[in-house]
Design a protein around this ligand. Structure first.
Ligand SMILES: CC(=O)N[C@H]1[C@@H](OP(=O)(O)OP(=O)(O)OC[C@H]2O[C@@H](n3ccc(=O)[nH]c3=O)[C@H](O)[C@@H]2O)O[C@H](CO)[C@@H](O)[C@@H]1O[C@H](C)C(=O)N[C@@H](C)C(=O)N[C@H](CCC(=O)O)C(=O)O
Ligand SMILES: Nc1ncnc2c1ncn2[C@@H]1O[C@H](COP(=O)(O)OP(=O)(O)OP(=O)(O)O)[C@@H](O)[C@H]1O
Length: 531
């Protein structure tokens, strides 16, 4: 995606002067001092005539191969990585563009993007959320709560870039789409700028393990880090669980960090606690601890001046959860209009991140009752005649288990789960998901998810490897048919959980993405057959 700076184009020489790059030298008819730039991109295919193209190596190939492509598409300026100190600052002309050789560019590209956007992240309150599950939920809950306290907040993550204000407190206003959960450095600073430009005072970003590993947060000032949980995922990329966990803990290395929120119920938080720099303010959250003393006792081998927030006496109703909070900031009775115990954990993370940033306890607590679920996250579509259908994005073994356990807690009758697994991704999770579905659901329908270049039949066969009995199992590869049939065959006290797509609006089959909106389809189906 190509973005033009929403405020103005900028003379780029003033940014590059910091790196001792001469602005006035003449190259053909071109001078760096005369160049105005309105966007920075890392991908030549996104270049336009106002672009600065950053040419550096990625995980698969070297962006310097695409310099000519970028120039042909109109790039005005290219920064090209060099490993030779003596080359730094050398400038060549190529057509209408200048190519500047830049020593160890990947180490500085975040700073360059930040400087280009006038270090906008340092002008906002920032929260970065990492963990296998819950990143999207926590960032959106943070933004809704922040907006309720009259501090407009933006979110950047899997669901794009949104702004929550007092007026758009529950749904947020979409400002841009994203390709990645954690955008590349250039897009991250651009999006942050966009949020500030539209009145945002706070920004809540999802920090994926890929994003952290690839330094996509470089130059972005993180005030508060939130860790939700760690379970197996993305081993195709990180190879070992330890490498995956370590990538997430990179968030602790952010120089600007002041506060950390840890989910004390997840074992990995002990590792985080062991690595905490002393100056940080840290809050432990728990939905399991009986009291503050037992919570602190669990972390006694990593002494720190911890703050805390505990949810107790959890109750589940058809519409949500009720519980009591005990915390460093006060006590309160909470009614949370969201399904799933994990949403209590997500709420504690969001609430304490904002409390650590100085928002008012009473104001935040009174906003909780008005929170809205995130589209496609345990979103319930009601029907009187047949089962209610829950649409959820769960596509990892742990998320599927959590979603099923949550549905169980809120269900009266039979629980049916419909799901598939993605192709060309970590295939070790397929068998695990089969095992989990069999353990927690009464009926299972296996269908297709984004099979990409793989055959959906083979993916389903992999899932079945994890299952023992087949009596409560159906296979229907067409996702819509699978949902429709399960729904029509259900009783009205049952629940059908459709997992994996959530808010997404496509299915990728045979390497081709086609429009597919599960929320829209389920909404229509339940409306059609209401009554
Ligand atoms: C494997 C991986 O993570 N790739 C990410 C990475 O690309 P890369 O830098 O390694 O790209 P590369 O293919 O080696 O190319 C090197 C350079 O040449 C450039 N290039 C390449 C081709 C071309 O025609 N022109 C061109 O300029 C590329 O833009 C790049 O700058 O950096 C890019 C910019 O930050 C990402 O968009 C890209 O994400 C790809 C699309 C992806 O699918 N990533 C997934 C695995 C991912 O990152 N997922 C996490 C969320 C995971 C989760 O929690 O579910 C995420 O944060 O999105
Ligand atoms: N704290 C949690 N613990 C476990 N499962 C969760 C938690 N929060 C949400 N989930 C489950 O995981 C799914 C994904 O949640 P969410 O989108 O918030 O996570 P995420 O970390 O952003 O994941 P992704 O990067 O894949 O988008 C939800 O639909 C829900 O089923």
């Amino acid at each position: 995606m190509t973005f033009n700076n929403p405020l103005t184009t900028r003379p780029i020489a003033e940014v590059l002067a910091i790196f001792d790059i001469a602005a006035d030298d003449q190259h053909n008819d071109l001078k760096l001092a005369d160049l105005h730039i309105s966007n920075i991109v890392l991908d030549s295919r996104e270049v336009n005539e106002h672009s600065l193209f950053i040419a550096q190596a990625g995980t698969q190939e070297d962006g310097r191969k695409y310099i000519r492509d970028a120039v042909e598409r109109g790039a005005k300026l290219v920064l090209a990585n060099t490993d030779k100190t003596e080359m730094h600052g050398e400038i060549d002309a190529m057509g209408e563009a200048l190519i500047i050789h830049f020593f160890e560019l990947p180490r500085q590209s975040g700073f360059i993007c930040s400087a280009f956007h006038r270090h906008v992240s340092s002008k906002l309150q920032t929260i970065a959320v990492t963990g296998t599950n819950g990143k999207t939920s926590v960032t959106h809950l943070c933004a809704q709560l922040s907006a309720a306290c009259e501090e407009a907040a933006g979110t950047i993550g899997t669901m794009g870039v949104s702004l929550y204000t007092k007026e758009s407190q529950h749904t947020g206003r979409k400002l841009a789409e994203t390709i990645n959960t954690t955008p590349d450095v250039a897009s991250l600073h651009h999006f942050t700028h966009l949020v500030k430009h539209h009145g945002g005072q706070r920004i809540c970003i999802e920090a994926s393990s890929h994003g952290l590993d690839q330094n996509r947060l470089s130059g972005f000032k993180v005030d508060t880090a939130v860790f939700t949980n760690l379970t197996q995922d993305h081993l195709d990329y990180h190879e070992t669980l330890e490498a995956y966990a370590k990538a997430k803990r990179k968030l602790l290395k952010q120089e600007s960090l002041r506060c950390v929120v840890l989910n004390a119920d997840d074992n990995e938080s002990q590792q985080w606690a062991a690595e905490l720099p002393e100056h940080l303010s840290v809050c432990l959250c728990s939905i399991k601890a009986s009291d503050k003393a037992s919570l602190f006792a669990e972390f006694s081998s990593h002494p720190h001046h911890y703050k805390y927030c505990i949810a107790k006496t959890l109750r589940f109703t058809p519409n949500g959860c009720a519980f009591e909070i005990e915390s460093s900031w006060g006590e309160a009775s909470i009614s949370l209009p969201l399904i799933g115990m994990f949403n209590i954990a997500n709420l504690l993370s969001a609430l304490t991140a904002l409390l650590m940033q100085g928002l008012n306890f009473e104001q935040l607590v009174s906003a909780i009752a008005h929170l809205r679920g995130i589209p496609g996250r345990m979103e319930v579509f009601e029907s009187r005649k047949h089962a209610n259908i829950i649409v959820d994005y769960a596509h990892t073994p742990d998320a599927l288990q959590q979603a099923l356990m949550a549905a169980r807690q809120h269900a009266l009758g039979n629980l049916t789960v419909i799901f598939g697994c993605g192709g060309d991704r970590d295939n070790s999770k397929r068998e695990q998901m089969g095992r989990i579905a069999e353990k927690w659901a009464d009926e299972i329908v296996l269908t297709q998810d984004n099979s990409r270049s793989e055959s959906p039949e083979n993916i389903v066969a992999d899932i079945m490897q994890g299952m023992q009995g087949k009596s409560n199992l159906k296979i229907e590869l067409d996702r819509k048919t699978a949902i429709r049939e399960a729904f029509l065959n259900s009783q009205n006290d049952a629940l059908v959980l459709v997992a994996g797509k959530g808010h997404e609006e496509y299915l990728e089959l045979n390497s081709v993405r086609e429009y597919y909106n599960e929320r829209e389809y389920v909404n229509q189906l339940t409306l059609e057959l209401k009554g």
